[in-house]
Design a protein around this ligand. Structure first.
Ligand SMILES: C[S@@+](CC[C@H](N)C(=O)[O-])C[C@H]1O[C@@H](n2cnc3c(N)ncnc32)[C@H](O)[C@@H]1O
Length: 234
C-alpha cells in the first residue's frame, strides 16, 4: 500500500532473485536456499522424471517415488509455487521448461546437475573456513580421487552442459585444414572432442582427464564412431 493510494497493490520483488536489498535481507538469503533445495530434492527423488509421461495424482506420484504422500504433496505444492510444476485439476504436471531441462524426454537432462548441487552443498558450507585459512580443506579434484563416484557425477553434469552448449563452441572455434591435433585437457566425457572430430575429420583428438572423469568416455567415443559410420551425428 502507498500513502497516496492506500488500496494500490505494490508487488514485492521476486524474493528468489539476488537483490542485495537490506529490506529483504533474510528473505534474500533463505528463500533461494529453500527453492534450490526443493528442486534438488525433486531431482534426487526422480520427481520430474516421474511426471515426464504426463500429469499424475499426488498418490500415484508418491507411489512412483516410493515416498510418503504427505511429503510428496508438500514438495509438489512448493514446486508449483516456485514455477517448476503446475496443477492440472487434482494432478501435478511438469511445466514446459521443467520437462525440457530436467527429464530424459526433454532437450537436455540437467538432472546430474541437481545431483551435483546436492554434493556441492556440503562443500560450500565450509566457505568461511576456506576464506579464513586461504585454501579449501580439500581441492575438488583431490576429493574426486578419494571419492571416484564424485568425479563420475561431475562428468555427467559436464556432459549435459556439453550437449547443450557444444554446438555454440563448435561454431565459435575456427579450425583450418592445417590444424591436425586437438588436445582436450580436462576433456572428461569427450563430447567436445567427438563433435570437433565429426565436423573436422582430419583432426586427431587426445582427451586428458582423471580416471574418475573418464569412466564413460571410451563408450561415448565408440558410440560416436558407430554413429559416424552410419551418418548419425551429435
Ligand atoms: C569444468 S570440467 C570441464 C569438462 C569438459 N571439458 C567440459 O567442458 O564439459 C574440468 C575438468 O578438468 C578435469 N581436471 C581437473 N584437474 C585435472 C588434472 N590435474 N588433470 C587432468 N584433468 C583435470 C576435471 O576432472 C574435469 O573433468
Amino acid at each position: 500500500m502507498t500513502a497516496n493510494n492506500p488500496l494500490r497493490f505494490v508487488p514485492k520483488p521476486d524474493i528468489c532473485q539476488g537483490h542485495g536489498s537490506a529490506e529483504l535481507a533474510m528473505l534474500d538469503v533463505y528463500m533461494p536456499m529453500m527453492k534450490s533445495s526443493a528442486i534438488v530434492a525433486a531431482g534426487r527423488l526422480g520427481l520430474f522424471e516421474a511426471l515426464s509421461g504426463g500429469a499424475l495424482s499426488a498418490s500415484k506420484l508418491a507411489g512412483k517415488l516410493d515416498a510418503s504422500l504427505q511429503g510428496t504433496v508438500a514438495l509438489a505444492d512448493f514446486l508449483v509455487a516456485a514455477g517448476y510444476l503446475q496443477k492440472q485439476g487434482d494432478s501435478f504436471a511438469n511445466t514446459g521448461s521443467t520437462q525440457r531441462w530436467f527429464t530424459r524426454a526433454g532437450q537436455v537432462d540437467y538432472t546430474p546437475g541437481l545431483l551435483w548441487t546436492h554434493e556441492a552443498w556440503t562443500m560450500m558450507g565450509g566457505l568461511a573456513e576456506c576464506v579464513r585459512s586461504g585454501r579449501p580443506q580439500q581441492l575438488l579434484w583431490d576429493a574426486m580421487v578419494d571419492r571416484p563416484q564424485l568425479g563420475q557425477l561431475f562428468s555427467s553434469y559436464m556432459g549435459a552442459f556439453a550437449s547443450d552448449l557444444g554446438p555454440d563452441l563448435l561454431a565459435q572455434v575456427p579450425v583450418s585444414p592445417d590444424h591436425r591435433r586437438l588436445l582436450d585437457l580436462g576433456g572428461s566425457h569427450g563430447l567436445h572432442s567427438i563433435r570437433f572430430c565429426q565436423r573436422y575429420p582430419h583432426l586427431n583428438a587426445v582427451i586428458v582427464d582423471m580416471p574418475s572423469a573418464l569412466t564413460e568416455t571410451r563408450e561415448e567415443i565408440e558410440r560416436a564412431i558407430d554413429d559416424y559410420r552410419n551418418n548419425r551425428f551429435l
